[in-house]
Design a protein around this ligand. Structure first.
Ligand SMILES: NC(=O)c1ccc[n+]([C@@H]2O[C@H](COP(=O)([O-])OP(=O)(O)OC[C@H]3O[C@@H](n4cnc5c(N)ncnc54)[C@H](OP(=O)(O)O)[C@@H]3O)[C@@H](O)[C@H]2O)c1
Length: 305
């Protein structure tokens, strides 16, 4: 296994924090995981300087450099009313990173989303399936993927879905909070996806980073990576209650029509792991096992309050 130097733009987000934690615990390479205040990916000059400085530090330490971009504008509803900001972060930012990586001959892993698909399939989406985003967030993420690939950088796109982690806001934390505030909850039962623990995704990204940093495999590729299996938000909520030692019967199902959101949510978001397996990467464990470990390994972060 080669020793890695990893630059993680968006390093203070859900996925970025987990990447940073795993790499710091390994003690065998170099990790730089700046938040947006330290590295704003929409600032081309800043990106170029940061990537060049990182590449030089990696060279000096005789490490294989790789950039893993977890920075994104992820507020799905807010993107509808502020599309320019979403576009800057989700398209111009990844483009700037990819160009800097291309010019410095560094590989880039770029994290993307199930929202690039229309969400109306009846079988898991393959990376090669037609896209068709229905939201500003999804459109900007898809355009960001394209900008990364068009740059000519050695770049792998990794789409994921339904992410939760110890850092930042997410569905698991919302359920834990609402459980402490309300007797009963109603959660949609007709939207299907694969809940994905940020720590498992981070480990998957690092497994992929090894061959990519070593120059093995194709120069560009799109993969999907989520915890395995699928469920509805309702069933996921009941599982969260169960794992928190709460009565799952306090959660009732409803339909999307009963609970309209400003922005449409995909009815079906399951991403196939076939291409991930074909690339000789380890499939992520079933989503319920991951949920159990997330809640037991970090009870403070998910405690009902
Ligand atoms: N969350 C999900 O359910 C989900 C599902 C599918 C795909 N994804 C994808 O997974 C990736 C990681 O998502 P996440 O859940 O970790 O998101 P997150 O917790 O919202 O983190 C995103 C990070 O991006 C940073 N950021 C925003 N604007 C930036 C800028 N101009 N320059 C640099 N950094 C900037 C933010 O940093 P500051 O907070 O420091 O401003 C934030 O910490 C994203 O590509 C997202 O599209 C997420």
């Amino acid at each position: 296994m080669s020793r890695l130097a990893v630059l993680v733009p968006g390093g203070k987000g859900q996925v970025g924090s987990e990447l940073s934690a795993i790499l710091a615990a390994r003690h065998d390479g170099l990790v730089h995981a700046p938040g947006s205040a330290e590295l704003d990916i929409t600032d081309r000059e800043e990106v170029r300087d940061a990537v060049e400085a990182f590449a030089e530090a990696a060279r000096d330490a005789d490490l294989s450099p790789v950039v893993i971009n977890t920075a994104a504008y992820t507020a799905v509803d807010a993107a509808e009313t502020d599309p320019n900001s979403a576009r800057q972060v989700n398209v111009a930012g990844p483009a700037a990173l990819a160009e800097a990586c291309r010019d410095g001959d560094l590989p880039l892993l770029h994290v993307s989303t199930d929202y690039v698909f229309p969400g109306d399939a009846d079988r898991p989406y393959e990376p090669t399936d037609d896209t068709g985003p229905r939201t500003v967030y999804g459109r900007t993420k898809l355009d960001g993927e394209q900008a990364v690939l068009d740059s000519g950088a050695r770049a792998w796109i990794v789409r994921t879905a339904w992410v939760y982690g110890a850092h930042g806001g997410n569905f698991v934390k919302t359920m834990a909070r609402l459980a402490a505030q309300r007797d009963r909850l109603t959660v949609v039962d007709d939207q299907i996806g694969s809940p994905t623990w940020a720590a498992d995704l981070a480990a998957g990204l690092l497994e992929l980073a090894e061959p990519v940093a070593a120059g093995r495999g194709p120069a560009q590729r799109v993969l999907h990576c989520t915890n395995s299996g699928s469920t509805s938000w309702f069933e996921f909520a009941r599982a969260i209650f169960t794992e928190l030692g709460l009565d799952p019967q306090r959660v009732d199902p409803c339909t999307t029509a009963d609970y309209p959101t400003k922005t449409p949510r995909p009815a079906y978001s399951v991403l196939s792991g076939n291409a991930w397996r074909d690339a000789d990467l380890t499939p992520l464990r079933p989503w319920h096992d991951a949920l159990r470990e997330a809640l037991t390994s970090n009870p403070e972060a998910f405690r009902p309050r």
